[in-house]
Design a protein around this ligand. Structure first.
Ligand SMILES: [Zn+2]
Ligand SMILES: [Zn+2]
Length: 256
């Protein structure tokens, strides 16, 4: 099945990776991920099988210390991986599991991270495939980023970052709010690099130009920004794309 879609020289890595996924899905562990010792107690089997090492006393699951940590149910991973190889869109995969697109993207991002750590050739192929042949994926990620920015900049009553109440009002600057319930203020962009990025009215146009493949000089002229600013914005946005699980798009925006 998927072996036919993947170059022969990658079959060994593919096979090993699928075995890893199977082991994680069956939640079987052979050694402690912290100290490599092979003796441990079974602490509980639901919702996630959890063990405790007899030597270092640490708790762990089959996914501890991997990018798949907490991304249950683990048996989704193989289906997501295989579907992506078959060019399914995130939306189509989300429909299979009846969940949000975001959940699928987070898991695909973990798959990419895992491949990068353990199976470099397969990683490169998987990423490039997304970049060159999966245009629909890039379009999907482009739309996703745009809607993310729109929501960030235009939401009226976002849930409070302290108490989750939606009785919030906008105060002062673009993404600062005040919570009527817990009386704290918060900024939707704190902890992100966007917080220090000025001229938010240009963000969407900037993203469009990046994805259109324009180089820094072209963008500089069109948006009347300095060369340094364009360079910094490109780096910040590429990082945000990765944070928002749009790794393929981030690679695309590296510049051509
Ligand atoms: Zn241990
Ligand atoms: Zn609050």
């Amino acid at each position: 099945m998927i072996y036919e879609l993947i170059p022969n020289e990658l079959h060994k890595e593919l096979n090993d990776f699928l075995n890893d996924l199977e082991r994680i899905a069956s939640q079987h562990v052979e050694f402690c991920p912290f100290c490599d010792k092979k003796e441990f107690y079974l602490i509980r089997s639901k919702p996630t099988t959890t063990y405790r090492c007899k030597a270092c006393y640490k708790y762990f699951t089959a996914a501890t210390n991997t990018p798949f940590n907490r991304l249950t149910p683990f048996n989704w991973l193989e289906t997501i991986f295989v579907s992506r190889i078959k060019n399914y869109s995130y939306q189509a995969i989300a429909n299979i599991f009846d969940c949000s697109t975001e959940k699928i993207m987070r898991r695909d991002h973990a798959i990419i991270n895992y491949l990068k750590l353990h199976y470099l050739s397969l990683y490169k192929w998987y990423i490039n495939k997304q970049q060159t042949t999966l245009n629909p994926i890039l379009i999907e990620q482009h739309n996703y980023i745009k809607s993310k920015i729109n929501t960030l900049l235009n939401t009226q009553t976002p849930p409070c970052l302290h108490c989750n109440s939606t009785e919030t009002v906008k105060i002062g600057k673009r993404t600062c709010y005040w919570c009527k319930r817990c009386r704290h203020s918060f900024n939707l962009l704190s902890n992100t690099k966007l917080n220090r990025l000025p001229k938010s009215e240009l963000w969407l146009s900037f993203i469009d130009l990046l994805i259109d493949g324009q180089d820094n000089t072209q963008i500089e002229k069109k948006l009347k920004l300095t060369n340094n600013t364009v360079r910094r914005w490109r780096a910040v946005w590429r990082e945000m794309m990765i944070n928002w699980n749009c790794e393929a798009l981030s690679i695309w925006c590296k510049g051509h």
